[in-house]
Design a protein around this ligand. Structure first.
Ligand SMILES: Nc1ncnc2c1ncn2[C@@H]1O[C@H](COP(=O)(O)OP(=O)(O)OP(=O)(O)O)[C@@H](O)[C@H]1O
Ligand SMILES: O=P(O)(O)OC[C@H]1O[C@](O)(CO)[C@@H](O)[C@@H]1O
Ligand SMILES: [Mg+2]
Length: 320
C-alpha cells in the first residue's frame, strides 16, 4: 500500500484549490497515508520546498480563495533533467506519488512525471474551464459569480447613461466564462474565440439595438486576447448612438471565497485522486461528467475535442 504522497498547485490559481488540498490531505491521512505539501508548484518540487501536512494544517481553508501552497509556472519543467532533480527530492522523502492541482499545462507535467515512475493524478484547478475531459473545472463557478456580479453593476450605470459596456473576461482561449456570463447577465453580445469577431458586424448590431430596438444600454462580453477593448469602446462611441466604456475584469476573477459548488466538487475530486493513487493508478486526471466523478487518462483528456457550445450559443441568440 502507498505510504506517502505529495500535493501541489500549479499554473494560475483558482478558488477551490484550498478545498481540494484539504480533501486530498484529510482523505489520505484518514486512510493511513502521510501527506506532504509541495510549495509553489513544480518549482518547489525541484527546489525541495516540501513540508508535511496534517489534518490541522489544512483546517480553516475551505472557504479561502487562492492556494495555501502557492502556485507558480516553471517552463523549465519540460526539460527531463529538471524533472529528474524534482524526482530526487521526492525520493529523499519517500514520496511515491503526487496529486497535481492545475490546468492543462500542469497535467502535461503530471504525465511526464508518471512516465518517469512517480504516479501522478491531476485535478482540474483553473477558472478557464478549458479541460475537455470534465464538464467543469474547480474555480469556474466562483469566477463566473464574480463576473456576473460585476456585469450586473455595470448594467446599472450603463442604463443611466445610455452606454455600451464592453467587459473583457478571462478564459485564455476558452469562451466558457464569457458565454455563461452572457447568458446569466442577459448581455446583448458575446464574443469568444469560438464565435469569432467581426468588428463591423458587432458595431452594426449595436446601432440596431440603439435605433431600432431602442435599448437603454448594451452589454458586450468579450473573451480576453481577442481585441483591444479600450480601442473598441472608442469606436462604439464614434459610430453608434451609445457611448462606449471598456472594463477589463482581470485578476479579480481569480480571487474570492469559493462557491459551495466549487467547494463540494473540489472535495469530491480530491477524494477520487487519493482513491486512484491507493489503487496504484497514475497518469489519470479526475473529471466530473454528468455529475459523476471519474478518472480519465491524462493523454486522452488532453486530446478530447472541446464539447460543442452550439446549443448554448443558439439559446443566447434566441434570448437577445
Ligand atoms: N509539456 C510539459 N511538460 C512538463 N511540464 C509542463 C509542460 N507544460 C507545462 N508544464 C508545467 O506546468 C506548469 C503550468 O502550466 P501552464 O502555465 O500552462 O498552466 P496551467 O496548468 O495550464 O494552468 P492555467 O492555464 O489555468 O493557468 C508550467 O509552468 C510547467 O511547469
Ligand atoms: O496570472 P497570469 O500569469 O497573468 O495568467 C493569466 C491567465 O491565467 C488565467 O487566469 C488562468 O489560466 C487565464 O484566464 C489568463 O489568461
Ligand atoms: Mg492552461
Amino acid at each position: 500500500m502507498i505510504k506517502r504522497i505529495g500535493v501541489l498547485t500549479s499554473g494560475g490559481d483558482a478558488p477551490g484549490m484550498n478545498a481540494a488540498i484539504r480533501a486530498v490531505t484529510r482523505v489520505a491521512i484518514n486512510s493511513g497515508i502521510e501527506v506532504f505539501g509541495i510549495y509553489d508548484g513544480y518549482r518547489g518540487m525541484v527546489e525541495g520546498r516540501i513540508e508535511p501536512l496534517t489534518r490541522q494544517s489544512v483546517g480553516d481553508i475551505i472557504d479561502r480563495g487562492g492556494t495555501l501552497l502557492g502556485s507558480a509556472r516553471l517552463p523549465e519543467f519540460k526539460d527531463s533533467t529538471v524533472r529528474e532533480k524534482a524526482i530526487e527530492q521526492l525520493h529523499k522523502r519517500g514520496i511515491e506519488a503526487v496529486v497535481v492541482i492545475g490546468g492543462d499545462g500542469s497535467y502535461r507535467g503530471a504525465l511526464a512525471l508518471t512516465e518517469m515512475g512517480i504516479n501522478c493524478i491531476g485535478l482540474p484547478g483553473t477558472i478557464d474551464n478549458d479541460i475537455s475531459s470534465t464538464d467543469f473545472t474547480i474555480g469556474f463557478d466562483t469566477a463566473l459569480h464574480t463576473v456576473v456580479d460585476a456585469v450586473d453593476k455595470l448594467r446599472d450605470t450603463s442604463s443611466s447613461h445610455h452606454r455600451c459596456s464592453v467587459v473583457e473576461v478571462m478564459g485564455n482561449r476558452c469562451g466558457d466564462l464569457a458565454l455563461w456570463a452572457g447568458l446569466a447577465c442577459g448581455a446583448e453580445i458575446v464574443v469568444t474565440a469560438q464565435t469569432g469577431f467581426e468588428e463591423t458586424e458587432v458595431l452594426e448590431r449595436l446601432r440596431d439595438f440603439d435605433l431600432v430596438r431602442k435599448k437603454r444600454h448594451a452589454i458586450v462580453i468579450i473573451s480576453e486576447k481577442i481585441t483591444d477593448v479600450h480601442m473598441f469602446a472608442k469606436k462604439i462611441s464614434q459610430t453608434t448612438g451609445f457611448s462606449g466604456r471598456a472594463t477589463v475584469l482581470g485578476h479579480v476573477q481569480r480571487g474570492g471565497s469559493p462557491t459551495p459548488t466549487d467547494r463540494v466538487m473540489a472535495s469530491r475530486m480530491g477524494e477520487k485522486a487519493v482513491d486512484l493513487l491507493m489503487q496504484g493508478i497514475g497518469g489519470q486526471c479526475v473529471s466530473i461528467r454528468d455529475n459523476a466523478i471519474v478518472g480519465v487518462p491524462i493523454e486522452e483528456a488532453l486530446n478530447i475535442p472541446r464539447a460543442s457550445r452550439r446549443q448554448l450559443q443558439n439559446l443566447f441568440d434566441r434570448l437577445v
